[in-house]
Design a protein around this ligand. Structure first.
Ligand SMILES: Nc1ncnc2c1ncn2[C@@H]1O[C@H](COP(=O)(O)OP(=O)(O)O)[C@@H](O)[C@H]1O
Ligand SMILES: [Mg+2]
Length: 264
């Protein structure tokens, strides 16, 4: 059976635009007719449901506890995408044990057979849940800012990803940039450092401008590709959705089985 392609969206620090990127990417791909699942794996600070204007009854915490089947926790969003929400402030999800994560990944495995593309929106930082995802995935979308702090945290995440998964394909999106010059100089810095110290570099996927339409979309609780489809940010997210790796992001074995193994 052909299982879903899986893409992880992560960054070193919070607030770089992972959830904005994930929700827009998932919306665009769902609009192309793919069966898309967005998993909000931000432990404790889940907000994808807010960005999509959804009020899910159940979340990953319930699935991890085993009280709800993962399929029953899904809610439908723009263009028919499905969301598995992260849940807010639930102790089990903010501080899961390896055993709990193992159980969670085991129950999420069934979702892989029901979707074409799974986009996983990560929280900031490198908890072992996230590291297990990085070890299991074929494809990572790294979202950074153009600022030194964002870049250096992004670099740390990139380095960690390569160390747990030498064959991982990594694309880098520079979000919320004032102009393309800032994006270019950020990219030059990042590329030089990663070539020098790691001997490799991610693929540059371009940048998303700082755009008021994004702030408005948050207030409207609809992705910017829906609320302001002609905005610069919406154009940038549609270009991102053309990344060829999204069509190839398949692993030799099921993603959630690999993630389970990576926990050990
Ligand atoms: N390209 C952008 N232009 C303007 N504001 C943005 C942009 N990207 C993100 N933001 C703002 O930054 C906030 C944080 O983004 P979010 O995706 O939630 O970050 P993360 O998931 O990485 O913590 C959003 O609520 C939005 O207001
Ligand atoms: Mg987020």
């Amino acid at each position: 059976m052909i299982t879903a392609r899986v893409i992880c969206v992560a960054s070193g620090k919070g607030g770089t635009g992972k959830s904005i990127t994930s929700t827009n990417l998932a919306t665009v791909r769902a609009g192309k007719g793919e069966r898309v699942l967005l998993v909000d794996f931000d432990a404790g600070l889940a907000n994808a449901h807010l960005l999509l204007g959804l009020a899910p009854q159940y979340d990953l915490g319930h699935v991890m506890e085993g009280s709800v089947d993962p399929f029953d926790a899904l809610v439908e969003g723009p263009n028919g995408l499905k969301l598995l929400s992260g849940g807010v402030g639930r102790h089990t999800l903010t501080n899961p044990t390896r055993r709990e994560l193992e159980r969670l990944f085991k129950s999420l495995r069934a979702l892989e057979d029901a979707f074409d593309l799974i986009v996983i929106d990560h929280g900031a930082g490198l908890g072992y849940g996230t590291v297990a995802h990085l070890a299991a995935t074929s494809t990572l979308l790294l979202v950074t800012s153009h600022e030194v702090t964002g870049l250096s945290d992004g670099y740390a995440l990139y380095k960690r990803a390569l160390s747990v998964n030498p064959y991982i394909r990594v694309g880098m999106l520079i979000n919320r940039v004032p102009d393309s010059l800032a994006a270019e100089s950020a990219w030059t810095r990042f590329r030089n450092a990663s070539q020098k110290f790691l001997g490799s570099q991610p693929e540059l996927l371009g940048h998303v401008p700082a755009d008021h339409a994004v702030g408005r979309s948050v207030e409207l609780r609809a992705p910017v590709v829906v609320s302001s489809p002609e905005s610069e940010a919406a154009h940038a997210f549609r270009r991102l959705a053309e990344w060829p790796a999204l069509d190839l992001a398949r692993t030799a074995s099921a993603f959630y089985e690999r993630a389970q193994r990576a926990l050990r």
